[in-house]
Design a protein. Structure first.
Length: 568
């Protein structure tokens, strides 16, 4: 970080003055005294420190000590630290059953709950910690919505396990289940792998959704430099968290930069380029539009597609590549990727960062590509990004496929249709499908699911059965950032909105071409019109609670699956 003073206007009055100043605030000050605040503290900025500290997932179990370290930084910066928590839904534990409906929903719950706490208590600033897939965009969305001085800190990824002479991750375990079903691995070996693949706390260690969104936060300028790829168990994280607390109090006093100074169309384009360059999670196609929506910027799947198409793949990261977050951290982390993109002309260097300096200024000391984990844009791994947006008669509003690591980019075959994930999982487990088919899973979109479940359980089984590129799978649901293979998700419009995926029949031929960016249902228009005239069966399930509210409010995937009209 730098001590250079940004050119912002210091606030004439703290937000927290609303609860501490004046005769009528005697009861408020009494409550604060009951919390340990005294006369020497009144008038200092009050800084919320939010995390998902808890034991619902290893992703969040590193956050408690880091959030506690941020308290020291806030105090050192002459602020009042106020820790609080919000929810976290484990994608790992909710995968492949109805609990996964709550995963994407939790992103909105997190953003809403942070808004509620910060607004109700008039906090002057916010340090936000996150570790699991939806917690990162949820915290970033809240920061964008509130637009108060904010610093984002990722909790970090777990270290890889080591089994039978090689590094392994949770993805290895998912795919190994398919190998056992296919008779290519013993259950005894699988039991050994299960005990070795996730050896520490932290998020999944590949360039899956959590690490992808951590890189997005750095590219947007909201995160501490160098934070995205540093492992969760590294003690350096405590120093980084402490600095985050100190920095946010400085931003409060200086008046900026605020989240909406940092989240601009140009920085969103930078973030999308970072995703493409690293073969990052397809979920970024949901989360980037959602973050943009919070600041009133229209940044849809179309905009994401444009960036993906013009950005080369330069990082050799799992699941499509070879290396993990730890490997990238050792060769310079996110800064190395961003510097390579900047030097190649693929980034806007004039966007702001937390320090008040431009991205280009912050990257002057970044390490150059090592040629192994990260290569230069002059000699990329692929000429376009590792994630491709498809369009065509089956996906008029777009769909996403991760092409990093694929051996072929074109697939055509007959459809085998499933009306939900459970049907597909049962069929794949029993091997009731054939090579050359296109497996169609529908009714799993944001509204139709509701909740847009991830399909890693099915896709990993297919890959473990050595069928990851011998069949294609398409869905209006989502994929995990760990998904690889000939897998197309986020199809829009979804079946619940009358999209063409609702009218696919068994045996229809489907063609996807990731080179041309197309996904087509090869059925004549007259036949399709006839099918669309038939009424679709209503869902037998009666919704209530949070899923009922979500299904009524949620927007299409191409707009980020958001639930309110957005920032001004």
């Amino acid at each position: 970080m730098t001590d250079k003073k940004p050119d912002f206007t210091p606030p004439a009055r703290l937000r927290s003055a609303d609860i501490v100043e004046g005769l009528t605030r005697v009861p408020h000050r009494a409550f604060l005294r009951a919390m340990g605040v005294d006369d020497t503290d009144f008038g200092k900025p009050m800084i919320g420190i939010v995390s998902q500290q808890g034991e619902t997932t290893p992703c969040s179990m590193s956050l408690g000590p880091q959030a506690d370290a941020a308290r020291l930084g806030v105090s050192a910066g002459q602020g009042i630290p106020v820790p609080f928590t919000t929810v976290s839904v484990s994608d790992g534990l909710s995968m492949n059953h109805k609990g996964m409906r709550m995963s994407l929903v939790s992103r909105e719950l997190i953003a809403d709950s942070i808004e509620a706490v910060v607004t109700a208590h008039a906090y002057d600033g916010l340090v936000g910690f996150a570790g699991c897939d939806k917690t990162l965009p949820g915290v970033l969305m809240a920061m964008a919505r509130l637009n108060i001085p904010s610093v984002f800190v990722y909790g970090g990824a777990m270290l890889p396990g080591h089994w039978q002479g090689k590094d392994v991750t949770i993805l290895t375990a998912y795919e190994a289940v398919g190998k056992v079903i296919a008779g290519e691995m013993t259950e005894q070996d699988l039991a050994g792998l299960e005990r070795q693949c996730a050896p520490t706390v932290g998020s999944c260690p590949g360039q899956f959704t959590a690490n992808t969104m951590a890189m997005v936060a750095e590219a947007l300028g909201l995160a501490m430099p160098g934070s995205a790829m540093m492992p969760a168990v590294y003690s350096q994280r405590l120093a980084m968290a402490r600095e985050a607390g100190r920095r946010v109090t400085q931003i409060v006093r200086e008046g900026g930069p605020l989240p909406r100074d940092l989240i601009t169309r140009r920085s969103l384009e930078n973030a999308a380029a970072a995703v493409a360059a690293t073969g990052g999670s397809t979920n970024a196609g949901l989360h980037l539009p959602a973050i943009a929506h919070e600041v009133g910027i229209s940044f849809t799947l179309d905009d994401v597609a444009e960036i993906f198409a013009r950005t080369p793949l330069i990082a050799n990261l799992q699941p499509g590549g070879q290396y993990l977050a730890l490997d990238l951290h050792r060769v310079g982390g996110t800064r190395t990727v961003l510097k390579a993109l900047l030097d190649g002309g693929y980034l806007h260097g004039d966007t702001l960062t937390l320090s008040g300096r431009t991205l280009a200024e912050e990257l002057t000391t970044a390490e150059p590509p090592d040629g192994r984990v990260v290569v230069s844009t002059a000699q990329p791994l692929m000429p376009t990004g590792g994630v491709v947006v498809l369009r065509g008669s089956l996906a008029p509003d777009g769909a996403l496929i991760k092409v990093a690591g694929l051996k072929q980019l074109v697939f055509e075959g007959p459809a085998r249709v499933f009306d939900n994930e459970e049907e597909a999982f049962e069929a794949v487990t029993a091997r009731r499908y054939e090579a050359g088919e296109v497996l169609v899973i529908r009714n799993e979109g944001p509204k139709g699911g509701p909740g847009m479940r991830e399909m890693l359980g099915v896709t990993a089984l297919l890959y473990g059965q050595s069928m990851g590129e011998k069949v294609a799978l398409i869905t209006d649901g989502r994929f995990s950032g760990a998904t690889r293979g000939m897998m197309v998700g986020y199809i829009g419009p979804e079946a619940a909105e009358g999209g063409p995926i609702a009218w696919v029949h068994n045996g229809d031929r489907i063609r996807l071409d990731a080179q041309a960016g197309t996904l087509d249902l090869l059925v004549d228009d007259a036949t399709l019109r006839q099918r669309q005239q038939a009424p679709r069966p209503a869902s037998p399930e009666r919704l209530s609670g949070v899923l009922e509210k979500y299904a009524r409010l949620v927007s299409p995937a191409r707009l980020g699956a958001v639930t309110h009209r957005g920032g001004a």
